[in-house]
Design a protein around this ligand. Structure first.
Ligand SMILES: [Zn+2]
Length: 115
């Protein structure tokens, strides 16, 4: 087994359980992105993690997370960054295709027994 309980505990300790990115997993496992994605997908299938999508504001001086969704279908065709709108920026509403969509995972509480 490539993922022993000790390693999983270590991963969970080091991460914000509500916001786990593939990059975090990749870094902790010391592996490549593809493998880290695969690990995340397995964890989702086993009910340890839930997948979400964070929408990042494409304005380079903002880059805030505008909203998060539990599935790609739920993302509306147009989204407004209210921070940018408040700042009076000309561009604060964006088409879905221009948004940065960043998948992340949440740890499902109680799904994993700590050793
Ligand atoms: Zn913004």
């Amino acid at each position: 087994m490539f993922l022993n309980p000790k390693k999983i505990n270590k991963i969970l300790e080091e991460l914000n359980p509500d916001r786990i990115y593939v990059e975090n997993i990749r870094h902790i496992l010391g592996t490549n992105t593809r493998f880290a994605k695969w690990v995340c997908d397995i964890a989702v299938r086993n009910g340890y993690l839930k997948k979400f999508y964070a929408i990042e504001c494409p304005n380079s001086n903002c880059n805030r997370i505008i909203q998060t969704y539990s599935s790609l279908d739920k993302i509306p065709d147009e989204l407004t960054c209210f921070m940018c709108e408040d700042d009076g920026l000309e561009k604060s509403t964006f088409l879905k295709k221009n948004l940065n969509i960043i998948p992340f995972y949440k740890y499902v509480k109680g799904s994993y027994q700590f050793a």
